[in-house]
Every structure is written in C-alpha cells, then in structure tokens.
Design a protein around this ligand. Structure first.
Ligand code: SF4
Length: 308
C-alpha cells in the first residue's frame, strides 16, 4: 500500500534566540559566503552548500506554517542571508506571509551587510514596503583589520552606509558583536573601533557573543580558525580577557536608545539594558564580578557552557 507522506516545511539551521516564538521560514539554504574564519557553522551543522529555494516551495511552507500556528505574531526568514535569494523572491515571500497572517507584528531576518549594500537604498526601501521590520546583522567587529583577518567580507564603512539606509527606511537594526575576535593581540583596537561604530550608527539592538572555537581536528567539524591558532597567527583571548572586553565596550558606548543584550548561554556575564538608562548598572555588575576572588571567577569560567 502506498502511504502518502505529509509535507513538512523545510527547517532553518540557526535562528536568533529572540526569535524562539517566531514562524521560521527558510528562503535560502546555508550561507552564500561561508568564508568567515571564526564561523563554518553551516557546514558543521550539515549544510555545506548554499542554494536558493523556489518561491512556489517557500509559499507552500508559509501555507503550512500559517495553518499550524495561526496565533504566532512574529516571523523570521533564514538561513544566513535570505535577501540573497533576490529582492523579488524575498519581497514576494514577505508580502504573501503578511497577506496570509495579517496580525503579524514583526518580520525579521539575518542579512549580510554586503548583500544590503548591493541592494542600495532603493532596494532596502522595497524590503520595508514588503513588511520587513528588523534585520540581524553580524557586525562582529568595527575594526577593519579584524574584519579583514577573519574574511568577513564587509568593512566598517559598508556597515555605516547600510545601517543608515535601513533606519531611514524604518527597519530596525540588530548587531551581533563577537568578543575575543581580535585575539589577545588586538583586543583593545577591536573593542574601541566596535564602540565607535555603534556610537556612530545607533542600532536598536547590540547582541553580545563570545568567540568559541568549536570542534577538534579529530572530529572533522572544527572551527576554521583553529588553523590560525595552530600556526600562531591568532592567539585566543582568555576568559577574563573576554570579560575585560565587555567592560571596555560598555565603558565606551555613549548614552543612546540602543538595547544591549548578552543573550547567549556562552557569555560569561549576562548584562542587559538600555544605554540611556542602564549603562552604569551594567558597569557595576561587571565590576562586581571582577571583584570576586580569583578562584570563584575561574570556577565560573569553567562552568559556563560552550555551545553553538
Ligand atoms: S558568520 Fe555569517 S556570513 Fe560568515 S560564514 Fe558564518 S553564516 Fe556566513
């Protein structure tokens, strides 16, 4: 007897923690760049190749998701850079979802700064008109040298330009900052340039992560940066150095409407709040931790989890 299999929507590989209640729609598969030395996440999680999905398939997924989750008020498009599917596919999917779920209150996605730069101001306005409310951008660092070393494929100038276009179009910006990315040799330049860029661009959110070199040579799914650690061109930051980076960052951020969130289990310290009102409290929390006896701080570092 032939049993017809029920069609399931394609699943995303990764989503921001803040999108845990969102309808998750896959527009592209994997990462179209796949070169950042500190990443390699998509290949490591079983998606080595990049491809664009057909709009017909995406709409079928949206049909199923909308039927299954009629009460969901937020949606997220993935994988790593769904706008790279092309503006027509992206806006078609966004408009279709908005039509099917008129009570949707927020539509967000990951986006590479270089893809947004290629779209230009006009293309970004089209995204806003199609109903995109927020983009999650991997800023990682505001330091051009750090970005180049890690092959991020973006420059601080590029990020400044696209952030302005996004904000002018009414799309919120959520940056990810990676503590430890300058290694032990360039941590201050990394942090000070990152603070400068945040002060200049005033994103709505800054989400803090710490660099974690996952895997080992033996497992075959190691972080590409291990090669640089082995040949000595990258020296990993210490756990305490990572906390000092967070302190230096908050210290140099100017008051503003940006919300800071350390919303990942790998972070050693989980401060959060608005720069306008909570900056001093965040600094006090970090200093309180740093004033603990050495043994307690080291035990805390050891017990903090590391996961993708
Ligand atoms: S950090 Fe983002 S752009 Fe870079 S390889 Fe990873 S998923 Fe791709």
């Amino acid at each position: 007897m032939h049993v017809k299999m029920k069609r399931e929507p394609e699943r995303l590989i990764i989503r921001p923690p803040s999108e845990w209640r969102s309808m998750l729609v896959r527009i592209t598969r994997g990462c179209n760049w796949n070169r950042c030395r500190f990443c390699g996440i998509y290949p490591a999680m079983g998606q080595p190749d990049y491809s664009r999905r057909e709009i017909g398939e995406i709409r079928e997924d949206i049909d199923i998701l909308a039927r299954r989750h009629p009460a969901r008020q937020t949606a997220f498009f993935g994988d790593a850079d769904p706008i790279s599917a092309g503006i027509e596919t992206f806006t078609n999917a966004a408009q279709y979802l908005r039509k099917l779920v008129p009570e949707l209150q927020r539509l967000t996605c990951y986006a590479r700064a270089s893809t947004l730069k290629r779209l230009g101001k006009k293309g970004i306005e089209e995204l806003a008109q199609a109903g995109l409310d927020r983009v999650h951008i991997g800023l990682e660092s505001g330091d051009a040298k750090v970005l180049r070393f890690h092959r991020k494929g973006q420059s601080p100038e590029m990020v400044r330009a696209v952030t302005k276009w996004l904000q002018e179009a009414g799309i919120e910006v959520s940056f990810y900052v990676l503590l430890g990315l300058g290694g032990r040799d360039r941590w201050q330049e990394h942090i000070l340039a990152t603070a400068r860029l945040i002060n200049q661009t005033r994103p709505e959110f800054v989400r803090i992560r710490r660099l974690w070199l996952y895997g080992t040579e033996a497992t075959g799914t190691e972080c590409p940066l291990w090669d640089m650690v082995r040949d000595g061109t990258f020296v990993e930051q210490t756990p305490e150095g990572t906390v000092m980076e967070l302190r230096l960052l908050i210290q140099h951020l100017e008051p503003g409407p940006t919300f800071i969130a350390c919303d990942h289990a790998n972070n050693y310290i989980n401060v959060s709040g608005f720069l306008n009102t909570d900056r001093e409290d965040m600094m006090a929390e970090i200093d309180e931790f740093l004033a603990l006896p050495e043994g307690r701080r080291q035990a805390h570092y050891q017990h903090t989890g590391s996961r993708i």
